[in-house]
Design a protein around this ligand. Structure first.
Ligand code: A5P
Length: 218
């Protein structure tokens, strides 16, 4: 928790008055959102926020932030988001199922800052893939044909599969990533894939290491 907090604090330094800020999803992003809401109140700043999930939207509204639709802004100045695994070349996101909106907001932002605690540098995670419900079985077959085992993500407190904020299903794929850019593109080229959780475009990764912040760039 402490490492998540120090990177959230560090990311706050990138937010200036008048900016449009992309709000990521997950527990680290939530710490950033709380800090941002306090800063906006204390310093009476004018900040518009574009959320990447319903969860973040509800939380940001609760915190008193000015939440606006993506279509209403000309640009996003800075987006801040967590991740499930990070290395210099790429990050994996989508543990919370919000990867599609996270990628849209992050890739559109002038500056895309990833904030993680040190545990996220150690163990790679499965790659979440958002698929059209109609195509989940064909995408699974295509992945399995390429020796990539995958499973359909199931809901915990509802029967059946997880349904994303976009009305899609999620697959979790166990795969080795050698060329992240190529793999990101290849996954999206499979008919029925809506978006995948390999992110290769970001500005920097802030990693909390004990009491300090390490900055990783590509
Ligand atoms: C949401 O879909 C994910 O991409 C999150 O950003 C990611 O799981 C990080 O979450 P935590 O900050 O809670 O670890």
């Amino acid at each position: 928790m402490k490492e998540k907090l120090i990177v959230a604090k560090e990311a706050l330094k990138y937010v200036k008055d008048g900016m449009v800020v992309g709000l990521g999803s997950g527990s680290t992003a939530k710490l950033f959102i709380e800090l941002l809401a306090n800063k906006v109140k204390k310093q009476k700043l004018s900040i518009k926020c574009v959320p990447t999930s319903y969860d973040t939207e509800m939380f940001a509204i609760e915190c008193g932030l000015d939440v606006v639709p993506l279509a209403s802004v000309k640009k996003i100045d800075v987006a801040v988001d967590g991740a499930d695994y990070v290395c210099r070349e790429y990050v994996i996101k989508g543990g919370g199922g919000a990867l599609a909106r996270e990628k849209i907001v992050g890739y559109f932002a002038d500056e895309f800052i990833i904030v993680v605690d040190s545990s996220k540098t150690r163990k790679s995670s499965k790659v979440p893939i958002e698929v059209l419900p109609f195509a989940y079985s064909t995408v699974m077959k295509e992945l399995e044909k390429n020796k990539i085992p995958c499973s359909l993500r199931m809901s915990k407190r509802k029967l059946g599969p997880v349904v994303t904020d976009n009305g899609n299903f999620l697959l979790d794929a166990s795969m080795e990533i050698e060329n992240a850019k190529e793999t990101e593109k290849w996954l999206n080229s499979i008919p029925g894939v809506f978006e995948n959780g390999i992110f290769t475009k970001f500005s920097k990764i802030l990693v909390g290491e004990g009491n300090r912040v390490e900055v990783l760039t590509q």
